[in-house]
Ligand binder design. Sequence first.
Ligand code: NI
Length: 217
Amino acid sequence: MLFQIPDVLSAEELSQIQQALAKAEFVDGKTTAGWYAKQVKHNQQLKRGATPDLEATVKAALSRHPLFQIAVRPKQIHNLRFSRYGVGMSYGTHADNAMMGSYRSDISFTLFLNDPEAYTGGELVIEAADDEKAYKLKAGSAIVYPSSTLHRVDTVTQGQRLVVVGWVQSLVRDPAQRELLFDIDTVRRSLFAQQGKTTEFDLLSKSVSNLLRCWAE
Ligand code: NI
């Protein structure tokens, strides 16, 4: 599933992160790319672990978001990278590494940290079998997509693109199973909003729990 999450970060969190990044030292992004991605990765990143407080803010913001919770079922949000693309920078077509340290990457996300008006180019382009689609979201919003896709970041031709990217190991590895859980859970919540705690709601809740028991790892 590919979806957008609006307003992951509050205005205060966004401004705190922007201020910290304005003062921070960035390094060449090639340092964390796989051998073939190195050839196409032209960006800058904060040193890993240099800003544990910013990473904690982003993880907490994603974790509290109900859509992220029920669509992604995160076991671990890992390898956050604050990235900067100045004029002429891009990240050519690649798929994300399956394993990052001891974590699997099932789902990737890009959380935009400055507004689309601040730069030209710099779209995140995600390829499908017969088409591709470009994304450039407003500051504080995120796009979540399968780590298995081919994707790229087009060249920035003006201004500066600021994002934080990261990966998630899901409790439920199979995307089809995650989608089933998402659909049933969405119906369950909608039913509760309309009719409260009915027998039907109870049965759907039981099914969500029992499917998760079967599939979670
Ligand atoms: Ni990528």
